[in-house]
Design a protein around this ligand. Structure first.
Ligand code: GSH
Length: 212
């Protein structure tokens, strides 16, 4: 049975899942969720994600939510296809796990906030909260100082090759490059080179083209 991703084209977690599928070269059906009418808060959507958030995912009879859990499933279930997205060696797995946590708990908090304030609110006809933007930008800068040190020693955050860690960052980094927050990346040469590298992946270009 076909893979289905229920999501929204503006949603970074939705794009995270689409990028994992794209890196694996898998066919899938993108099912747009009308969030303005609250489709994500009603059945049948909430039978897949009871928290009423996009994305939701189906692969045959398997139904999942939480974008990072979905990408892990894709990486493991389709390990023999497309780009390898995780390591086998236990020590490398452990290091990758550290940076997966860092992305979810430290990078994504200010990153998603900035994305929402600067890019999504104006689309909704709302005004960005400049105080919240300043605060989130300061938090992100501190995270990127740590990334700069890490990326001066290894090409990617998890190690020498592109993994789920880097993949999880792509949608928010893409959004930040369209805003004044780009300067925070540009001020850190290793971070800037890493951002350019991960955004140049052909699999990401396919996701952007599919959603535009
Ligand atoms: N941790 C979740 C976050 C999902 C999420 O925040 N989705 C947003 C769109 S980007 C959403 O559905 N917001 C609507 C709501 O929370 O009611 C994931 O990674 O899948």
């Amino acid at each position: 049975m076909a893979i289905k991703v229920h999501g929204h084209p503006y949603s970074p977690p939705t794009k995270r899942v689409l990028l994992a599928l794209s890196e694996k070269g898998l066919d899938y059906e993108f099912v747009p969720v009308d969030m303005t009418s609250g489709q994500h808060k009603k059945e049948p959507f909430i039978s897949i994600n009871p928290f009423g958030q996009v994305p939701a995912f189906e692969d045959g009879d398997l139904k999942l939510f939480e974008s990072r859990a979905i990408t892990r499933y894709i990486a493991y279930a389709y390990a023999d296809k497309g780009t390898p997205l995780f390591d086998q060696d236990p020590k490398k797995v452990a290091i990758t796990s550290v940076w997966l946590e860092v992305e979810a708990l430290k990078f994504d908090v200010p990153g998603s906030k900035l994305s929402f304030e600067i890019l999504i609110k104006p689309v909704m006809g709302r005004t960005p909260d400049e105080g919240a933007v300043e605060q989130a930008q300061g938090e992100l800068a501190k995270v990127l100082d740590v990334y700069e040190a890490r990326l001066s020693k290894s090409k990617y955050l998890g190690g020498d090759s592109f993994t789920l860690v880097d993949l999880h960052h792509v949608p928010i980094v893409h959004n930040m490059m369209k805003t004044k927050v780009k300067a925070v990346f540009d001020a850190r040469p290793h971070v800037s080179a890493w951002a350019a590298d991960i955004l140049a992946r052909p699999a990401w270009a396919k996701v952007v083209a599919k959603l535009s």
